[in-house]
Design a protein. Sequence first.
Length: 276
Amino acid sequence: MNGYARRHTSGFTLIELLVVIAIIAILAGMLLPALSKAKQKAHGTACINNHKQLCLAWNLYAGDQDDRLVRNINYPGTWPSLPETNDTWCVGWMAPGANYVQESVTNTSFFMNGLMGRYAGNAGIFKCPSDKFDRAGVPPGRVRSVSMSNYMNGDRWTAQPANYHGTAGLTPYRRLAEMGKPSALLNFIHEDANTIDDAVILTTLDTPGSASNQQLPGNRPAAMHSGSTALSFVDGHVESRKWDQLTQNNGIPVPVQNSPSDAIWFKSRIHEAFVP
């Protein structure tokens, strides 16, 4: 021997390393879908809790105002650009167009300075944690996902036709006492990120059985929780509706507008005249 002890080094061979990497990849492939589902479920639960807090704030306002519901809409052409002028639950217009108020997309003051803001307390309850969609033409980071049914103290727009509230001749509710079935009537709705603009879900109710009554409104509900959305009711309970028919709009799932089963379900929860 030449005086040097022969060294023996221990370690992994290339084949052993490749096997370990393959096993890790397989385990990750098995775990990631489960983690994704768990995250979606957590977001859905958080969204439902947000709606419960919104309902509580909405009812607290009515309790302090001699049973009167919070005002629910402004008028086109008079949208305030400053939230301090708010005389309803939420102002602003978050969609590009004639009424567009850019600040309302990212400024929580447009609803926190509203009539219901001090009852809500936390601006975060107005935004679904699953709603990451940024609309083209508006700043990123939209702060509101919810709108309110136009039949909950909504007002007629001067620019709308006479049948704004539908040919059924119905008028919005102004007080809690006017509703005999509060557990059957929607107030807050998680709206499709492609259509959300002002503070109201504009739903026209026509004669039961008519073709127009078998279509969802243009301001469609969302479907971000595996095809479902959270909807809150006047009595304070919240439901998750799994829509029967879905499509894609700008890469996010939404209910099909001309799905009769979904439209009938939705519109039968807008006014008591349509409740089964």
